[in-house]
Design a protein around this ligand. Sequence first.
Ligand code: LLP
Length: 460
Amino acid sequence: MGRVIEPHQTCNKQDQQPVGLDDLPTLRENDESLKDTMNHFHYDKGELFCEQQRVAELAEEFGTPCWIYSKAALLGRLKEIQTAFAAVDPVICYSVKANSNLSILKLMHDAGSSFDVVSGGELYRVKKAGADTTKVVFAGVGKTDDEIRQALEERILMFDVESEAELDAIAAIAQKMGVVAPVALRLNPDIDGKTHAKTTTGKKGNKFGMDIERADELAAKTLRTPGLAMKGIHMHIGSPILTTEPYAEAVKKGIDVVRSYRAAGHDINWMNLGGGFGISYRQNEGPPAKAYADVIVPGVQEAGCRLALEPGRFIVGNSGVLISKVIYTKREGGKLFVIQDGAMNDLVRPAMYDSFHRIWPVNPRVAMPDNVEGEIAGCEKSDVVGPICESGDYFAKDRYLPPINRGELLCTFSAGAYGTAMSSNYNSRPRAIELLIDGDQVKVIRRRENYDDLIAAELV
Ligand code: LLP
């Protein structure tokens, strides 16, 4: 057996010696260095595990590409939020869009979470998972009449209303159905969440919500309109947000709005602060839930409101990885390309947002360092790409990776959120299998698609 070496000893930049096969490190769950990023995934003597399962064995049995989720990680992250915000007894509405697999929804439901949905399809899914729909919130700028009707039939907790036209549509449908629709106005607080341009939502000029000044008029209209009951306010600033200041600012603005709406005669009890809590894609850059709670809880108490939250990424992001197999390596144009079977149809985030995912072999010849950006001893600068016919089909560019050969496995970490949820059949590639690990137990929670699945909905 090899000597056990702490990762930071083997891989800090001053120590530029390649690490020998016998010297591979053990990264156990109690190591602080990558606790968040590696959440229940760890290397033991040069081999990657999810909980107690050898990842290589899973890939052997179930094939690649293959999604692997840790049940302990999923439940642990939900629990972290539940505990951090316990003082205000929040309704946690897991954001289905982050990962909508039925087994994950069921796990969330069984652990006391409710749901944030943005479509009739998501509402259908949470019902299938056994959700109590009276605790479900419904956001999105383009709810159709059918979706509104469906949500009213399910007696959801609140619509997060994003425009006057939507408010009119909800009122008309509710009146026709002889019900009263619970609404929260989605405010655009004009706060910069300092996130990617494609995922910022709370700045003036984004398509989401309404300016606070304009929302005053709509609040007044809500009071006059039969079929509508104003329940609260909603704000979602963006995703991921790695600092707590934007939430502090949002809560401050929220308190003022709640006070002025109450003064105008609205009986409002809910402050919904959306999702967006950041996670560690690199190295412990994601704040713990408690840090967010510290700036949110006092404000919610001051406003005398109930709190709703819509976390997605925080719960699933670091709870899932994507395992791919190297098909070929090639050197062209002065570059080393590692061509793997996982591609942008599986995980589109790098192509779409230039997002960073930690990537390392499942059976590495060099210990994974705490910091995988920049030069690493014993590694070579590589582009990790997929087989799809687009130059944008990459998972990493100019990334230092240990030597890896055809047939070996690569793990892309922190892929549980917006991975499968945004996957497609582009290039007629069947979607990959999904596995949920619980200790040494493995459950297939989505089978691998086959060629028949690809054409199942098509008519000729
Ligand atoms: N609530 C609302 C109204 C949202 O729009 C979102 C995310 C969430 C909650 C959940 O945010 P989370 O807690 O997961 O950060 N595809 C992008 C992220 C798009 C986020 C869209 N809205 C990505 O892969 O980074």
